[in-house]
Design a protein around this ligand. Structure first.
Ligand code: ADP
Length: 262
């Protein structure tokens, strides 16, 4: 079984001030994913569909009074509806390309404790897989057991780490909007160099892009998740979804420029 993560940066216009789909990219990416026709789970990021609300409503921050609690509830509702909309569009596009994509809403069965997944029964995902479906999950706003914060945002990256470990994935591919992990943010530092292999010991800088809301930690959050996965001996690969053909090659087992996290 392989897990493919489609980055919010590749599917949406991530620095938009309102949720905006990158329709051209989604269409091409869905076509490329359809070259794989064995067991697969797709997880996508939230991009501008999630981060805008998550940040505006400070989901995951400590709640200090009843008004804040009410506002947080409003934010969770808006975030969930928004990311579900993106998931709907992604599933519809995947289905158009012949992929039996089935939407699985993370916040209906995942509960976090201090922002880390604590409850997550994967029975239904396994059963869909066994029946030949392609489950499609995404970064979402969930309930948190911590009474001080009550709610949290889970990134698609945290979900892939959990699922890859729990369901013993053979391969994990992350498609982002950069070629992989660089020594520094390649969007702001032209001197940044691509790193072929990242391990616990790799020294690098990660910064967020200007104007880009990302409450789940951007590239740094991603690396931390993937290093956890590597500890369980599951290697992952970051590739650039903006380069036509990359996803198709990666799912077909061909070499693609990128970074391996091991
Ligand atoms: P996605 O939405 O694809 O999951 P993110 O937007 O969270 O990915 O992270 C990708 C972004 O991280 C890139 O657009 C890049 O500008 C930024 N970034 C920051 N530091 C680095 C780094 N050291 N190497 C690669 N990308 C980095």
């Amino acid at each position: 079984m392989i897990i493919i993560k489609l980055g919010g940066s590749a599917l949406t216009v991530k620095d938009a001030s309102t949720p905006t789909l990158d329709e051209e990219n989604l269409d091409r990416i869905a076509s490329e994913v359809s070259y794989y026709n064995d067991d697969m789970i797709i997880v996508h990021g939230a991009g501008s569909y999630g981060h805008i609300y998550a940040e505006e409503y400070k989901i995951g921050d400590v709640i200090t009074n009843a008004d804040e609690h009410l506002r947080r509830i409003e934010g969770v509702c808006k975030t969930q509806t928004s990311v579900q909309q993106l998931n709907h569009d992604v599933c519809q596009k995947l289905q158009q390309k012949g992929i039996p994509a089935i939407a699985i809403k993370p916040s209906t069965f995942i509960v976090t404790n201090q922002k880390r997944i604590a409850v997550c029964d994967t029975t239904i995902i396994k059963q869909y897989l066994e029946n030949g479906f392609v489950p499609v999950l995404y970064g979402d706003a969930v309930l948190d057991m911590d009474e001080d914060i009550k709610f949290a945002i889970i990134s698609g990256d945290q979900i892939i780490t959990y699922l890859a470990y729990d369901l013993k994935a053979d391969r994990v591919i992350l498609a982002s909007d950069v070629d992989g992990i660089y020594t520094d943010n390649p969007k702001t530092n032209p001197e940044a160099k691509l790193i072929d292999e990242v391990t616990q010991d790799t020294q690098l800088n990660t910064t967020s892009n200007e104007n880009m809301a990302d409450v789940t930690g951007g590239m740094n959050g991603k690396i931390q998740e993937l290093l956890k996965l590597a500890e369980s001996n599951i290697h992952s690969q970051i590739i650039n979804a903006q380069t036509p053909g990359n996803i198709q090659k990666a799912v077909s087992g061909q070499n693609v420029k990128g970074t391996i996290i091991k």
